[in-house]
Design a protein. Structure first.
Length: 129
């Protein structure tokens, strides 16, 4: 299953919100919570983000939160950027990190192919901490 860590612990909801604000500002888009997805997503994130989990589970939590649409714009980019920041800190060769960041971004965005999902699972399984 790979390394189990609190991968997302550094990213409390304030940081998630700030990341969305930065992305929205860069594109002159409205940064605002949604009325139907924000509270439920925040509750899910707050209940899970500090837990020890596999990197694959962390990417899945980001994917789930993206789909719940807590913000008006750039939900996918917000959560993909978070999992990419986690992967950027891994102590593996840069080529592997680059591929893993791309795969994780596709998974969070919901556009990963079955082959990409398999490749990310294999990458995660080989992590040793």
């Amino acid at each position: 299953m790979g390394s189990i860590n609190p991968w997302l612990a550094p990213f409390d909801w304030e940081i998630v919100t700030a990341q969305n604000a930065v992305l929205c500002q860069a594109k002159s888009a409205l940064h605002k919570p949604t009325s139907d997805g924000h509270d439920a997503t925040k509750a899910l994130w707050d209940s899970r983000h500090t837990a020890a989990m596999s990197l694959e589970e962390a990417a899945d939590l980001c994917r789930r939160c993206h789909r719940m649409a807590p913000f008006c714009f750039y939900n996918g980019n917000t959560f993909a950027s978070i999992i990419r920041l986690v992967i950027k800190k891994l102590k593996v060769p840069e080529e592997q990190r680059a591929v893993a960041r791309s795969l994780a971004g596709h998974i969070v965005a919901g556009v990963a192919t079955a082959e990409e999902e398999r490749a990310f699972r294999e990458f995660c399984a080989e992590l040793d901490g």
